[in-house]
Design a protein around this ligand. Structure first.
Ligand code: NCD
Length: 353
C-alpha cells in the first residue's frame, strides 16, 4: 500500500472515530451509525467475498475492528439500527451449526435487515435432487444481497463464489477455512488484551482438521511479533501448507509441542479446539486421540498471569466446566464479539459501512 492511500485510510478511520466519540460525548443515546470508512475503503469492501483470510490486510482488520467497536455501542444502547433495512441475507448451511449460523442471523437482524435460513441444506433443498452448489447460488442470489454458507467440502465456498454476483461469506468449508471465525477470534483478542501484536498464542487440539486454527494461524501473520505455538498429538499436527504460508511472513514464529505444560507459562492466549470427530476416515483413530488435551481450572491457575482461554465452541471434553468461572475464560464473550464483527463485515460488503 502506498503512503497516500495509507494516510487516506488512517485519516478516514480516525476522522470517523473522532466524530463518533464527539457524538458519544455529546449525547450517549444519539448516534445511529457514524460512517468510519473513506470513500476508497467503502469501494474496496463493497461486493467483496470472504472465502479465506488470504486477502485481508492489516488495514482491513483495523477498519473492521473500528466498525465492530461502534456496533458494540449501538447494540448496548439501542439494540438495533436500520443500516441494512432494505437488504436480505441468506444463510445456506449444509453442516450443523449453532453459533456461526445464529451469529450471522443475529448480526443481520441487528443491522435492520431480513434473513432467510436453510439450516439443513443437504436434506431440505434441491441439493437432495442433485443440484450443484453453483446453481443453488444462482437461484438464492435472485432473492438475497449477501449469502453466508457452510459446507463439508474444502473449496466449496470458492465454487459458490465462482457463480455468485453477491458476496459469499464462508462460514466453514470442511477442514479448509473458517475466515469469519478467525476475524472474530482476532477481534476478541484485541478487545480483551488491547492488541494482538507481540502476543504468544497457543493453538491446542485438533490442528489437522480444525479449520478455525488454519484460518487463525494465517490471519495472525498480519500482526507484528506474534509467537505461535501449535500443541497437538503428532497425528493431528498443523498441516504443512498452513505452516509454509505462515513461514513466508516476517516477524512471526511457529513452534510445535505435544504437551500443554510446555506452553503454560509463556502463553497470553490458549486457544483450545474440539477433536473433529466427523472428519476422521476411521472412527478408531478418533477414539485414540479424542481426549488428547483437557484443560481444567487447576491447569489454568498454573498458567501465565492474565492468560486468556478461548475456544470456537462447541466444547466436548477439552475444557472442563470449572474453567467457566476462571477470570481469563473468554470463550462465551468470543461469541458476542463474533456477532459484532459479523455486523461490521455484512455492513462493509453490502456497501453500508
Ligand atoms: C467450529 C467449526 O464449526 O469449525 N465452530 C464454530 O464455527 N464456532 C469449531 C468446531 O466445530 O469444533
Amino acid at each position: 500500500m502506498d503512503f497516500k492511500s495509507f494516510a487516506g485510510t488512517t485519516i478516514g478511520v480516525c476522522g470517523g472515530l473522532a466524530l463518533y466519540h464527539f457524538l458519544l460525548k455529546d449525547d450517549a443515546s444519539e448516534p445511529a451509525y457514524v460512517p468510519l470508512l473513506s470513500e476508497r475503503a467503502c469501494k474496496k469492501w463493497k461486493g467483496r467475498h470472504c472465502l479465506t483470510v488470504d486477502n485481508f490486510t492489516r488495514e482491513d482488520l483495523n477498519e473492521l475492528f473500528a466498525i465492530a467497536d461502534q456496533m458494540d455501542h449501538i447494540v448496548k444502547t439501542r439494540g438495533t439500527i436500520d443500516l441494512c433495512k432494505d437488504l436480505l441475507l441468506t444463510c445456506l448451511f449444509y453442516e450443523p451449526s449453532t453459533r456461526t449460523r445464529c451469529s450471522f442471523q443475529s448480526a443481520m437482524l441487528r443491522l435492520g435487515g431480513k434473513v432467510v435460513v436453510i439450516a439443513d441444506a443437504k436434506a431440505q433443498s434441491s441439493v437432495k435432487k442433485g443440484e450443484t452448489i453453483q446453481d443453488t447460488i444462482r437461484s438464492l442470489q435472485c432473492y438475497s444481497d449477501v449469502i453466508a454458507m457452510r459446507h463439508p467440502e474444502k473449496g466449496s465456498a470458492a465454487q459458490a463464489a465462482s457463480a455468485a454476483s453477491v458476496p459469499i461469506l464462508n462460514g466453514g468449508d470442511g477442514p479448509g477455512a473458517h475466515p469469519t471465525q478467525a476475524l472474530l477470534d482476532a477481534y476478541t483478542i484485541y478487545r480483551h488484551l488491547g492488541e494482538v501484536d507481540g502476543l504468544t498464542i497457543s493453538l491446542v487440539g485438533d490442528l489437522k482438521y480444525g479449520r478455525t486454527t488454519h484460518s487463525l494461524a494465517k490471519l495472525l501473520t498480519r500482526f507484528k511479533n506474534v509467537k505461535l505455538n501449535y500443541v497437538s498429538p503428532p497425528s493431528l499436527a498443523m498441516p504443512d501448507y498452513i505452516m509454509e504460508y505462515v513461514s513466508k511472513h516476517d516477524g512471526i514464529t511457529q513452534k510445535e509441542f505435544q504437551s500443554l505444560d510446555d506452553v503454560l507459562d509463556t502463553s497470553d492466549v490458549i486457544y483450545m479446539t474440539r477433536v473433529q470427530k466427523e472428519r476422521f476416515p476411521d472412527p478408531k483413530d478418533y477414539e485414540k486421540v479424542k481426549n488428547a488435551f483437557v484443560l481444567d481450572l487447576e491447569t489454568c491457575q498454573k498458567a501465565k498471569k492474565g492468560v486468556k482461554i478461548m475456544h470456537p465452541l462447541p466444547r466436548i471434553t477439552e475444557i472442563t466446566t470449572d474453567v467457566d468461572d476462571f477470570e481469563g475464560a473468554i470463550y462465551f464473550d468470543e461469541m458476542r464479539c463474533g456477532m459484532l464483527l459479523r455486523m461490521a463485515l455484512i455492513a462493509a460488503v453490502t456497501g453500508k459501512a
